[in-house]
Write a protein that binds this ligand. Structure first.
Ligand SMILES: [Zn+2]
Ligand SMILES: [Zn+2]
Length: 351
């Protein structure tokens, strides 16, 4: 009878030692590659904006060079998939303006045994202007957003708000990965502004947001302007035609004085300043209405006395008491604070 009788053990084919099955653990440890490293990696960075080229595509990056190299190494190094508690230590040594050497140490747990591995990777850093920066420098653009208003030039405050909308949408678009979300230029032109945009997508977004903010219509047209790298180049013009009226205008139409409170499609939302009724007026009526005041110029005042049809308030300009039509449904005890506006058609209280 054999000494080990009942439990027959197999033998490691590599070293001849005892083994449960196939190679013994120490032979496995000696023959397994726990980490595979490339000899060299290349990192391409845009010297203007710091974007990096990642698998053929430019990507925005806020990381410093050290971090970029480490991240690139982590991506390129492959680690045995059975390893647990993996730790990678990277020591970077600069060897020239654009050259580094990375010493990499791996430690981890393999079938209950702690294992180590080392490798060395050469790192090359090249600088190349990215797609976005070269297009900005080359005055490239895909679209123009023209902001105009019917009949009268847009107010400077509206235009500066439109500029801010454009800038913040460009920044947000770039953050989301639209490389061409940039504003090439914003030009003051007769009757409004022209916003020159890097991408049509950004232009459409700007036009839509401005039209939502101020009302109005967008008219888009496309023009073939030439050829670039064998492809037709189109340029899109998005004309945002702001409505003649703006939010806050106090207008007189068909016997009623009203304040413009917003826009919905081609209709203008208003509130009448005598009855406090909210309704819409048509585009034709808005075009014909008489503009008699601007609600942003309203001043605070105090009710002196009130009867069924008129209200007496202290005129904030002359400090004399003046009469205004009593607006329906407003709390008007004497002493109540109200907003009053001088218009070409007399004094009105605003809701
Ligand atoms: Zn063995
Ligand atoms: Zn760049």
């Amino acid at each position: 009878m054999c000494p080990d009788g009942a439990n027959v053990r197999s033998i490691c084919p590599r070293c001849g030692g005892a083994s449960d099955d196939g190679l013994c653990l120490s032979c496995i440890l000696e023959t397994t590659e726990f980490m595979i490293c490339p000899d060299q990696i290349e990192i391409v960075i845009c010297p203007v904006c710091g974007s990096i080229l990642d698998r053929g595509r430019w990507r925005q990056s806020d990381s410093d060079l050290d971090e970029l190299i480490r991240n690139a190494l982590f991506k390129e190094i492959s680690v045995h998939r059975e390893l647990e508690d993996v730790e990678l230590e990277i020591l970077l040594h600069q060897r020239g303006a654009t050259r580094f050497v990375a010493d990499i140490r791996l430690s981890g747990m393999f079938r209950g045994t702690i294992v180590h591995a080392d490798c060395q990777v050469r790192v090359r850093v090249s600088r190349r202007t990215c797609d976005r920066c070269s297009r900005i420098a080359g005055r490239y653009f895909e679209g123009i957003v023209q902001v105009r208003r019917r009949d009268r030039p847009p107010d400077e405050s509206d235009l500066s708000e439109a500029r801010e909308i454009a800038q913040s949408l460009a920044a947000a678009g770039y953050k989301k990965g639209d490389r061409l979300a940039f504003i090439q230029d914003i030009k003051d032109v007769r009757g409004g502004i022209d916003i020159i945009v890097g991408s049509t997508q950004l232009g459409r977004h700007i036009a839509k947001t401005i039209a939502q903010r101020f009302g109005g219509r967008i008219q888009e047209s496309v023009k073939l302007v030439g050829c670039r790298d064998g492809k037709d180049v189109f340029r899109t013009t998005m004309l945002v035609r702001l409505p003649r009226l703006r939010k806050g205008d106090v207008i007189y139409s068909k016997g009623t004085v009203m304040e413009v409170v917003g826009f919905e499609g081609r209709r203008t939302a208003v509130i009448s300043l005598d009855k406090g009724e909210r309704f819409f007026i048509s585009e034709e009526e808005a075009d014909a209405a008489e503009i008699i005041g601007d609600s942003s110029r309203a001043r605070k005042s105090v009710v002196v006395s009130v009867d069924e049809s008129v209200v007496e308030v202290l005129d904030p300009e002359s400090y004399r008491t003046v009469l205004a039509i009593r607006p329906a449904g407003m709390n008007l005890e004497s002493g109540a604070e109200v907003k009053v506006l001088h218009t070409d058609r007399g004094l009105f209280l605003l809701y």
